[in-house]
Design a protein around this ligand. Structure first.
Ligand code: ATP
Length: 208
C-alpha cells in the first residue's frame, strides 16, 4: 500500500506549488480541489444540483463556447449561507472521495510508495483521518492575500473575507504532522519540498 500524505493550507499559502514540486520528485498526486472543479463542469448530476442551489445563471459559456461556472458568485453566496455551502459539499464530496479511491487503486497497481492528496479543507471535510500523515503549508497573511489577488481569486476584501471564513492557519498548524513555512522564494519552497520528500520516503519505508 502507498503511504498516504495529505497536504493542506489556507488560500494563497502555496499548497499547490508544494504539491507540484512533490509530484516532480516522484509522488503520485491527487488534487481534490481540481477534481471537484472538473466534476462541476462535466458531471451532469453535479451540474443540475448546482443550478438548483444557485440558479441557472451560475453557468454560462466562455468566448470559446466552453461551459463556465461563476465560482466567484458561488463563493459570495456560500460565505453568508452555511446551508448552501453544506448542500454543495454533500453534492460534490462523495464523488471526490470515489475519485480518490480510484487514484489509490491506480497507485497500488503502479507500486507507488507515496500518494499525496491535496485539499483546501482536508481537516474540515474529515478526510484527514484516512491518511497516514498530514502536511500544512503556512505563509504570512500579507503574502497570501497578494498571491490570491494576483491569481484572480477576487479583490483584497473578498480574499480577507474568505480567509476569515476558513479555519485559522494556527489551528491547521497545530493539527499538522509537519509544517512547511512558505515564507521565502519559490526556490526555497522547492528545497523544502526536497527535504519533505526524503522524509516522507523514510516514513513510507518504515511503514512497509
Ligand atoms: P489556493 O488556495 O488559492 O489554491 P494555494 O495554497 O494552492 O492557493 P498556490 O497556488 O501554490 O497556493 O500559490 C499561489 C500563487 O503564489 C501561485 O501563483 C504561486 O506561484 C505563488 N507562490 C507560492 N509560493 C510562492 C513563493 N514562495 N514565492 C513567490 N510566489 C509564490
Amino acid at each position: 500500500n502507498p503511504f498516504l500524505v495529505g497536504v493542506t493550507g489556507g488560500i494563497g499559502s502555496g499548497k499547490s506549488t508544494l504539491c507540484r514540486y512533490l509530484a516532480e520528485l516522484g509522488c503520485e498526486l491527487f488534487e481534490a480541489d481540481v477534481v471537484a472543479k472538473e466534476l462541476q463542469l462535466d458531471d451532469s448530476e453535479v451540474i443540475s444540483g448546482i443550478k438548483k442551489l444557485f440558479g441557472e445563471n451560475v453557468y454560462g459559456k466562455d468566448p470559446e463556447g466552453n461551459l463556465f461556472l461563476d465560482r466567484r458568485m458561488i463563493a459570495g453566496v456560500v460565505f453568508s449561507d452555511r446551508e448552501k455551502l453544506d448542500a454543495l459539499n454533500r453534492l460534490v464530496h462523495p464523488k471526490v472521495f470515489n475519485a480518490f479511491d480510484r487514484a489509490l487503486e491506480r497507485a497500488r497497481s503502479n507500486g507507488s510508495r507515496l500518494l499525496v492528496k491535496e485539499a483546501a479543507i482536508l481537516f474540515e471535510s474529515g478526510s484527514s483521518t484516512a491518511l497516514d500523515f498530514v502536511v500544512v503549508v503556512a505563509s504570512g497573511m500579507e503574502e497570501r492575500v497578494a498571491r490570491a489577488v494576483a491569481k484572480g481569486l477576487g479583490s483584497r476584501e473578498e480574499i480577507f473575507r474568505r480567509i476569515g471564513s476558513q479555519w485559522p492557519q494556527e489551528k491547521l498548524m497545530e493539527m499538522a504532522d509537519y509544517v512547511v513555512c512558505n515564507n521565502g522564494s519559490l526556490e526555497e519552497l522547492r528545497l523544502k519540498a526536497v527535504a519533505l520528500y526524503r522524509y516522507l520516503l523514510s516514513l513510507a519505508e518504515r511503514d512497509s
